[in-house]
Write a protein that binds this ligand. Structure first.
Ligand code: OSB
Ligand code: MG
Length: 367
């Protein structure tokens, strides 16, 4: 495989409704779409999911765009690669910046699968026909408003509901949902909004029979997560803390949690995501696939990843309509009885919707 031309599109795609987390509110999903073309006429699509502002990890959309434009794409062009797995060595000299690297990794896997006339899921070793869908609900103004959102999600068929929490919007909100939906698979995501001294407040959540609490403490605080896990019955799931295989190994040694939310973008792409998942499986750490409010291209990659056998819990993979009135792919991603079908046609299995892409692109670069 040799990439001869490439194109970057900086896109601001409107969200159906604002998404509120413990770190702020988003009204558009700002991301970068990458198209890679090889010498034989195949194309691969990748998404760089970094948000506009570095509130989730240290990367942000414009930093990733510049790195792709000035460094990563020039390093890739005209290199002969036998497999996308070789990108790891090619980019080893560039430290971190996983979301920028992931855009290239996922576009190369798409292209590689298309060259082999295989679905992306099959190309990476996935064997499922469908993956378990789950929805993530942002912080709501009141428990009543939250119950309404959860009811809509349950009626749409979502198998598992995740609720964003922060101090002051936690126990009462979750307790209200639990009273209304006693058997719902329910979990909470704190995006690092707590400190170890808040453990009493988090212990109160134990009575609510949550599947897990995601990322209660700060991203680089594996030690305190280990202490907190000892004080909780509810399993801790790490998201922001797990950006590499080494992070997963440290988590396992320390006992910092029992579950990993693997986001393909956050760990630098599918090659590393597979390494983390296989390590986790060997050490009885459960995995599922997280999302970044991604457009259809990122979501298609998530569907392929979640088709791997090690992803055993419901994922943050929802239908296109959950976030966007218009997605950048055709057909849009739909729920089918609380699940999402894994495409069998080649590559990510979806075409680009150029009308939507051109409508919301604010900047482009061609190579
Ligand atoms: O922590 O998983 C997260 C959205 C924005 C920033 C961080 C997170 C999220 C989500 C959304 O939970 C998951 C999705 O894409 O559906
Ligand atoms: Mg999270």
């Amino acid at each position: 495989m040799k990439i001869t031309t490439a194109h970057l599109y900086k896109i601001n795609l409107p969200l159906q409704s604002p998404f509120i987390t413990s770190f702020g509110q988003m009204t558009t999903k700002d991301f970068t779409l990458l198209v890679l073309n090889d010498e034989d006429g195949y194309s691969g699509y990748g998404e760089c999911s970094a948000f506009s502002c570095p509130f989730y990890t240290e990367e942000f959309r414009d930093s990733a765009y510049l790195l792709l434009k000035n460094t990563l794409i020039p390093m890739l062009l005209n290199q002969e690669l036998a497999s996308p797995a070789e990108l790891k060595d090619l980019f080893a000299v560039i430290k971190r910046n996983n979301m920028a690297k992931a855009a290239i990794d996922t576009a190369m896997w798409d292209l590689y699968a298309k060259r082999n006339h295989q679905s992306l899921a099959k190309a990476i070793g996935g064997n499922k026909k469908e993956v378990l869908a789950g929805i993530s609900i942002g912080i709501q103004p009141s428990p009543t408003a939250l119950i309404k959102k959860v009811r809509q999600a349950v009626q749409a068929g979502y198998q598992r509901v995740k609720v964003k929490i922060k101090p002051g919007a936690d126990y009462q909100f979750l307790k209200a949902v639990r009273n209304e939906f006693p058997h719902l698979k329910l979990m909470a995501d704190a995006n690092s909004a707590y400190r170890l001294q808040d453990s009493k407040n988090l212990q109160r959540l134990d009575e609510l029979n949550l599947l897990m609490i995601e990322q209660p403490l700060e991203a680089d605080d594996l030690l305190h997560h280990a202490q907190l896990q000892q004080q909780l019955i509810t399993p801790i799931c790490l998201d922001e803390s797990i950006n590499s295989l080494a992070d997963a190994q440290a988590m396992e040694q320390l006992g910092s949690g029992r579950i990993i939310n693997i986001k393909i973008s956050k760990v630098g792409g599918l090659t590393i995501a597979k390494e983390i998942q296989s390590f986790a499986q060997t050490h009885q750490i459960a995995c599922w696939c997280g999302g970044m409010l991604g457009s259809g291209v990122a979501r298609a990659v998530d569907i392929a990843a979640a088709a791997l056998p090690g992803y055993t819990l419901p994922n943050d993979i929802s239908a296109s309509q959950r976030y966007f009135a218009h997605d950048i792919i055709n057909p849009e991603i739909k729920l089918n009885d609380g699940k999402i079908n894994v495409p069998t046609n080649s590559g990510i299995g979806y075409e680009l919707n150029w009308n939507t892409i051109h409508r919301y692109t604010i900047e482009e670069t061609s190579f």
